[in-house]
Write a protein that binds this ligand. Sequence first.
Ligand code: IPE
Ligand code: IPE
Ligand code: MG
Length: 245
Amino acid sequence: MSDTLNNPEKTPEHIAIIMDGNGRWASERSLPRVAGHRQGVQALRRAVRAASDLGVKYLTIYSFSSENWSRPEAEIDHLFGLLRRFVSQDVAELHSSDIRIRIIGERSALKEDIVELIEYCEQLTSDNKGMTLVVAFNYGSRQELASAVQSIAERVARGELQPDEINTETIASHISTSDIPDPDLLIRTSGEQRLSNFLLWQCAYTEFVFVNEHWPDFNRDILVRAIETYANRDRRFGGLKAKAL
Ligand code: IPE
Ligand code: IPE
Ligand code: MG
C-alpha cells in the first residue's frame, strides 16, 4: 500500500475511469488526434499498474462508447488497431501480474477477430486473483439496460418470473456487471463533467472526481490525488453522517 495515501483503509474497492481528452491533448500539440490515442494507451498502462499497486480490486475503463461510432471511420479504425495491439502486447504481462480481464459492451457489432481476442483474454486470465480490469468496449449504459429489460421480459413471457417479482436485484443481475460491485469512485479526465452513457445504473451512489488533466497525462499522482479526495468524502447512501446518529 502506498504511503502517499492518508487513509489507505479508505482505498476504493472499485474505480471507474472515463478516459477523456486524447484529441485535445493532441491538438494542443498540433498533432493528429490519433497521436493522443497512442499516448492514451501509455497512460492506461500507468493507470493499471498504479491501481493494482494501490490495492484497488476493480478498475473499469471506458475505452469505446456505443456513440463513438459517429466519429470518422479513420479514427475508429485507429482505435480498434490500438485495442488489438494493446491486447496482443499487454495480455501476457497483465496475466503474469495476476490481473483478471473482463470486457463489457455489445459484441455482436464487432469484427470476429476482435471478439476472438476478447474471449482469449477473458479465458486466459479468468482464474487470476489480483485486480480485475473491466474494459468497457462498444459499451453504452442505456443499451445495456434495454437488453436487460428484454431478457427479463423473455423470462416473464416464459412464465419463469412474475412481473411483481421484478425488483432492483433482478435488474442488477441481468446487466453485464452482475458479478462486479458498483464503482466507489468515478474519475473523468479533461474537465468534462458528464457520464456520457457510462454505468448509469451502477453509479447511483458513486463518488465523482473530475480532473482537468487530459487522459494522456494521467499518472499515479493524479490517481492518488483522486483517491485522497474520495477518502475525504462523506458517503451517506441516503442515511445520516455517522456522527449525527
Ligand atoms: C477519449 O478521448 C478517447 C475516446 C473517446 C475513445 P477523446 O477522443 O474523446 O478526446 P477529446 O475529448 O476529443 O479531447
Ligand atoms: C466518453 O467520451 C467515451 C469514452 C471515454 C470512451 P466522449 O469523448 O465520447 O464523450 P462526449 O462525447 O464528450 O460526451
Ligand atoms: Mg472526448
